[in-house]
Design a protein around this ligand. Structure first.
Ligand code: SF4
Length: 416
């Protein structure tokens, strides 16, 4: 899936949620469409403040369902009165804001097109370094659009990064469908060199490495861990989607790694870095997934305790091999997804809880709701600073904070 259309109704907070969804989608390589009729997915972020608004929301949802390929409804009305859309016979997924990016991304890698240029969004610079991947996952539709790996030179990417820094970027997000295989097509694995070179650009900024499949980074994981250890500008953060804790399911998914390789990567980073964030993805309810396979995924999640986890309930994508497999029932998928989502909240909550009482340097990445700002620490954990104007804190600032509390997926910090 490559293009989206998003419509937002209601208050500032709802607009903030849409901004967050959009950022996750853009980060995943998706692009805005000129209108709903040209979008692969339309997202309706609803408001339900008065009855008239509800009627408008239902009418707009009906129109969008007709105009667009796929409709996702989120927002206050979706949460409070989601059944009204179903009762009106509107063909749409009704989801919580947080679940929208995962649903749209569907466990696939981000889609990067060859002509994608860097984008500066506030102080965040998005830098696509290559397109394509080395794999042929049985559930993936993205692959049809992007093909094999195609890597521009290190020099070219460094120049783009330099231009972003000069334009005011404080955070550079290095993205790609599979960043770990950057350079594979040229016969040389170049990600470590590229990261070193971007970090050597003059200026105060941070660099976040985007999605890298475990199969792609396994051959260079030791070198990569050293690059992280020596570069303070690089967030100590890896997004390596494992997708399952069962080798049999990984084989049916045609993933290029097995659980052992994923574990080796995690162990190497654990050895080399004091504090780092593992972000990973699990697809729950793949057609061949047995109850034992699901339990293996749950065990792996407990064992490696990622600080960020995306759980995607399997859904068929037309034209893929997995779409022809006999699927599991909706109830089974729902139960497994619920169990894993609960475990995820527990594991991630513990990670953020362990930060309380510590002091750390953060970068203010964007404005939050009310007068708060969203920041990232050195391990890319999210830290919210409230009453930012009272502390003279602005987007783009680097500051030291004490962590005073936490929610499940972020911490609260007070400037010190
Ligand atoms: S690695 Fe797999 S999921 Fe990702 S784009 Fe390639 S085929 Fe698709």
């Amino acid at each position: 899936m490559a293009t989206y259309h998003i419509e937002t109704y209601g208050c500032t907070s709802n607009r903030g949620e849409s901004r967050e969804i959009e950022r996750a989608l853009r980060d995943g390589g998706h692009r805005p469409a000129p209108g709903p009729d040209e979008a692969d997915v339309a997202i309706l972020n609803t408001c339900t403040v008065v009855e008239k608004t509800e009627r408008n929301m239902l009418r707009r949802a009906e129109e969008l369902a007709d105009e667009t390929a796929e409709l996702v409804i989120t927002g206050c009305m979706a949460l409070a009165q989601g059944e009204e859309f179903r009762e009106a016979g509107i063909d749409a997924e009704v989801l919580h804001w947080d679940a929208v990016p995962e649903h749209v991304l569907n466990g696939e890698c981000p889609t990067v097109t060859p002509d994608v240029e860097p984008v500066l969004d506030g102080v965040v610079g998005i830098l696509p370094i290559a397109r394509g991947c080395m794999s042929n996952c049985s559930y993936c539709i993205t692959k049809f659009a992007t093909g094999r790996v195609d890597s521009p030179s290190v020099e070219e990417n460094v120049e783009k990064a330099r231009a972003l820094v000069h334009a005011g970027a404080k955070e550079i997000r290095v993205t790609g469908q599979d960043t770990g295989v950057y350079g594979w097509d040229t016969g040389e694995r170049k990600l470590p060199e590229l990261l070193d070179r971007i970090c050597a650009i003059d200026g105060e900024f941070r660099v976040r490495l985007g999605m890298a499949n475990p199969g792609g980074i396994h051959g260079i994981h030791e070198e990569l861990a050293d690059v992280f250890a020596r570069n303070g500008k690089l967030y100590d953060f890896i997004h390596a989607p494992v997708q399952s804790g069962s080798d049999e399911v990984l084989e049916a998914m045609r993933r290029q790694h097995r659980v052992g390789k994923f574990r080796e990567i995690v162990e190497t980073f654990d050895d080399r870095l004091d504090e780092w964030t593992l972000s990973t993805d699990f697809i729950v309810g793949f057609p061949t997934e047995t109850a034992e396979d699901h339990e293996r995924s749950m065990e792996l999640l407990r064992e490696v305790s990622p600080e960020k986890i995306n759980v995607t309930r399997f859904s068929k994508r037309p034209g893929t091999d997995a779409a022809d497999m006999k699927g599991l029932g909706g109830t089974v998928k729902k139960e497994r997804s619920k169990a894993m989502s609960e475990l995820k909240m527990e594991v991630v909550g513990e990670a953020y809880g362990s930060m309380v009482g510590t002091e750390r340097e953060v970068l203010v990445v964007e404005e939050g709701t009310a007068d708060s700002v969203k920041c990232r620490d050195g391990a890319y954990r999210q830290v919210i600073v409230q009453h930012a104007p009272d502390h003279g804190v602005e987007v783009g600032d680097f500051l030291k904070v004490e962590i005073t509390g936490h929610n499940t997926v972020y911490a609260f910090g007070r400037p010190v």
